[in-house]
Ligand binder design. Structure first.
Ligand code: HAM
Length: 418
């Protein structure tokens, strides 16, 4: 095949019709289950102000410093959203959603953009579904958010997952911990990887996330943040664990789990799958009690998560989980001659108004070729029409699977297929 002249950008992929069916199946499932959790969908623009993302996520995070797609137009700076927590909080503040009363329980599904080096499970345009509960500091909110996340995977049929849990405390706890971590790393500063050396001053917690070989011994021996939590943070963390246990949600505590954005406080979690390879995080999230205020709203606690749709797809493939059904059409009208073709075209709306999917040949093909095409389209029935049928008002209805035919009036056909 000839090389195409135009292709998608690196790390951006087309989702073709056969796959879209699987996406729609998953999206429908997520929406249905979100309803059960009393979550409401929110949709925000694909582009946000650069300043929102920089402030929200943190200047020194990988996403902001290396991965955002941004451009300007006139005075305005645009960024393709790399995630939805900051945009949802922006929308919450801008639209005064607090005035609706109670905590806002929101969910979303949509595309995100990060200029990462593409690999399996990592794209530059990818999709997330997620939930954000804004306005509650109750550990019940943390646990409900986690329960929803895990519920979706269970419902799809992915049960072999590990929930990793940590608390990164409030800013004071974290400051104390940062100092302890730096004192621990300082004697071996020269042996740390270059990236970790860079993070040492400004973002030492991120060193714990390093995958570099040379950093591992110092990470393994590092102090753990949970030893530095304030009384309040510890109490919150203990409640989260207690409620998870009450719900029989298994978790592994990982005191080195730090997340990639600066907005996190208290609870942090990730859902890991052994079926994913190197990019093994299905989903991640946590509390961000200071973000609403950071973005200009009233002090408002919040918690949420986001999950990678592509990674969910990959896990389903690995586990041979079938998503939805193959494409089919109820009726393919096969016609012989011009008059029959005209008649066929006129019956399509009638079939459709009776809740049947219906199609016919668009290419003026022979009857034999039409039958072949009906097979290719996975038609359940063909309705075969020639001049005799038109005269008699009786048409051949062929059940394609059973290879059985009946001669029926149009009314009888519709009755039968409904
Ligand atoms: P995140 O960990 O950056 O968190 O992303 C969540 C999930 O999105 C990841 O676990 C992964 O499945 C998927 N993901 C991330 N980057 C890519 C990529 N380049 N290609 C494919 N999949 C990817 C957040 O985005 C936070 N906003 C989560 C959150 C919500 N925290 C609180 N509320």
């Amino acid at each position: 095949m000839a090389q195409p002249k135009y292709t998608t950008h690196l790390g951006m992929v087309d989702i073709l019709p056969d796959d879209v069916r699987k996406w729609q199946y998953l999206e429908n499932l997520i929406r249905e289950e979100a309803e059960k959790f009393n979550l409401e969908e929110i949709r925000t623009p694909i582009m946000e102000q650069t300043e929102l993302i920089v402030r929200g996520l943190g200047q020194l995070t990988d996403i902001v410093s290396k991965e955002i797609f941004s451009f300007s137009r006139g005075e305005d700076n645009y960024v393709l959203r790399p995630e939805l927590t900051a945009p949802v909080v922006r929308s919450y503040v801008e639209n005064h959603l607090d005035q609706r009363g109670g905590s806002q329980k929101l969910y979303y599904i949509g595309p995100m953009f990060r200029a990462e080096r593409p690999q399996k499970g990592r794209q530059r345009q990818f999709h997330q579904f997620g939930a954000e509960v804004i306005g509650s500091d109750d550990p019940v909110a943390d646990v409900e958010v986690i329960a929803f996340m895990i519920h979706i995977y269970n419902k799809v049929g992915i049960k072999n997952t590990t929930l990793k849990l940590n608390s990164i405390g409030d800013p004071e706890s974290r400051e104390k911990y940062k100092e302890a971590l730096k004192s621990h790393l300082k004697p071996n500063f020269d042996k740390l990887s270059e990236v970790s050396q860079k993070r040492y001053e400004n973002n030492p917690l991120r060193i714990l996330d390093s995958k570099e070989e040379e950093d591992q011994p110092f990470i393994e021996s590092a102090p753990v943040i949970t030893d530095y939590l304030s009384e309040e943070s510890l109490a919150h963390y203990n409640k989260v664990k207690e409620y998870l246990q009450d719900l029989d949600i298994e978790f592994e505590e990982d005191p080195y789990l730090v997340r990639g954005m600066d907005y996190y406080t208290q609870t942090a979690f990730e859902l890991i799958s052994p079926d994913l390879g190197a990019q093994d995080a299905l989903a991640g999230g946590g509390r961000y009690d200071l973000l609403v205020e950071e973005i200009g709203g009233q002090p408002t606690p919040a918690v949420g998560f986001a999950a990678g749709m592509e990674r969910l797809m990959i896990a389903c493939e690995e586990l041979d989980i079938q998503l939805g059904t193959a494409k089919e059409v109820d009726v393919y009208v096969v016609t012989l001659g011009d008059e029959a073709r005209k008649w066929g075209l006129k019956q399509l709306p009638l079939l459709r108004s009776n809740n049947l999917s219906a199609t016919m040949d668009y290419m003026g093909r022979s009857m034999k070729a039409q039958m072949k095409d009906a097979n290719r389209e996975n038609a359940r029935y063909t309705l075969i029409v020639g001049s005799n049928e038109l005269k008699e008002g009786k048409f051949t209805l062929r059940n394609m699977k059973e290879s059985e035919e009946q001669s029926l009036s149009l009314e009888e056909i519709i009755e039968k297929l409904k």
